[in-house]
Design a protein around this ligand. Structure first.
Ligand SMILES: [Zn+2]
Length: 232
């Protein structure tokens, strides 16, 4: 195994750790006004907030051929990841289930995060809803198994950053000093593993170039492009 491959695997492993620290969801599932979206919480205000966020992002996702065709349940946990590897949310592939850090725990994780404090916690929370919901729709719409986590994360982060308000997005881009990626090699799994914030900002910058946008997302979900560094 080359050092590059080893580092790549470390990055991917760090992301996968999110999957193994899920705590049980709350009781009290209720559906949003739109069909196929369920929110598993007793907190009415939180339920309304999640439904509003999902409703507002659906048109952008549909434009990118990410259509909601199967149920997605959004639930909450007090803990995701480990103290060394905090997760704000997670999507359980094939299960149609998004798990988010509940708002109080989210705020603490946000404050403790070195990279996301440039943006307000509340807006960050809503953007994570968008990120994880995007994963759910990629799962429902991808025509092939995507080659690496960076392929999926590109789409999720592009939508996450696109959902931010203009001033918040500017603050994020400034905080990471991101410039427009000139090649897809600048969006590789290593950057994703070591600096998710930089990867997020670069994904959006790349996506927002009119030459890319939803057409590029389409290529990813059809398996025509990949960020995997050693495509066959
Ligand atoms: Zn993700």
């Amino acid at each position: 195994m080359t050092p590059e491959t080893r580092m790549q695997l470390i990055g991917v492993f760090a992301l996968l750790l999110c999957a193994f620290h899920l705590v049980g969801a709350n009781a009290g599932t209720s559906s949003c006004e739109m069909p196929l979206v369920l929110v598993d919480t007793d907190d009415q205000e939180l339920q309304v907030r999640i439904c509003k966020t999902v409703t507002s992002v659906l048109p952008m996702l549909e434009k990118c051929q990410l259509k909601l065709t199967n149920p997605v349940t959004i639930s909450f946990s007090k803990q995701l990841g480990s103290p060394d590897n905090r997760c704000f949310g997670h999507y359980l592939r094939g299960k149609g289930r998004v798990v988010l850090l509940e708002p109080k725990a989210f705020e603490q994780a946000h404050k403790a995060s070195e990279s996301w404090t440039a943006i307000p916690a509340a807006e960050h929370f809503d953007a994570i809803v968008v990120h994880e919901f995007t994963h759910a729709l990629v799962d429902q719409n991808a025509l092939v198994e995507l080659s690496c986590s960076a392929d999926e994360e590109y789409i999720a982060y592009a939508m996450q950053v696109a959902s931010l308000s203009e001033p918040t997005r500017s603050a994020l881009l400034t905080s990471v000093g991101a410039s427009i990626p000139t090649s897809t090699e600048e969006l590789n799994p290593l950057i994703l593993g070591f600096s998710p914030t930089a990867f997020a900002a670069r994904s959006w910058l790349h996506f927002s170039n009119p030459e890319n946008g939803c057409a590029f997302v389409g290529k990813i979900i059809r398996g025509e492009v990949t960020f995997w560094m050693y495509p066959e």
